[in-house]
Design a protein around this ligand. Structure first.
Ligand code: SAM
Length: 195
């Protein structure tokens, strides 16, 4: 099932609303991360820059085959080869694979879905103890030029409450400003978490 209001505007307009390198810098996405998962590649807006930064493989999931093909095409053009592409419904089938195998699981512009707790639990399952679950979302501000409707758009404190229930821990000063229109939070799976 495609998550509610997860459609995208035209590619260049979407990407004009995000400072991708600033976002990845502030979330500390870099070569210390080896194998990483991304939910929803969309146009590959983050997929390609993240793949360039990490030292392992980025596995990206999207339910929309056209989005996956667009991302693959852009990656090939950019000479980026450390991406595995999965066309699939993460809500129905999860991320697959062994629990605890990944260094990070990216949940970008996705937690306005019907069951965010389930996605955060699935992210917590696939990362190793102390693994990273970075989240970004549109600011809870009607002035934002895009983003899901305000009724379903999560505030940072709501995301933190869900994440806590999923067994994730936020960094001490959790809410990062990601101008112009986003905020972000870095969560970690507890180092002592058991499965
Ligand atoms: C709002 S876009 C965000 C894309 C990307 N994360 C970004 O921030 O640029 C949400 C993406 O999630 C995908 N999606 C929606 N429901 C999904 C599902 N159940 N499983 C996997 N992907 C899904 C959509 O096709 C879309 O590409």
């Amino acid at each position: 099932m495609k998550l509610r209001e997860s459609g995208m505007p035209e590619e260049s307009y979407w990407e004009s609303l995000l400072d991708v390198e600033l976002i990845l810098d502030r979330l500390e996405i870099d070569g210390r991360l080896r194998n990483v998962i991304e939910l929803g590649c969309g146009y590959g807006t983050f997929t390609i820059p993240v793949a360039r930064r990490i030292s392992g493989v980025l596995t990206t999931f999207d339910i929309d085959e056209a989005m996956v093909e667009r991302t693959r095409e852009r990656a090939i053009k950019a000479g980026v080869s450390n991406v595995l592409y999965v066309v699939g419904d993460v809500f129905a089938d999860g991320f697959g694979g062994e629990a605890g195998g990944k260094d990070a699981c990216l949940l970008f512009n996705i937690l306005h879905c019907e069951d965010p707790l389930r996605l955060l639990q699935e992210a917590a399952r696939v990362v190793r103890p102390a693994g990273l679950v970075p989240v970004i979302h549109w600011r809870h501000d009607p002035a934002t030029p895009r983003g899901p409707s305000m009724e379903i758009r999560p505030r940072p404190e709501q995301i933190m409450a869900w994440a806590k229930r999923a067994g994730l821990v936020a960094t001490p000063s959790p809410v990062l400003d990601l101008p112009p229109w986003h905020y972000g939070i870095r969560f970690h799976r507890s180092p002592s978490a058991e499965r």
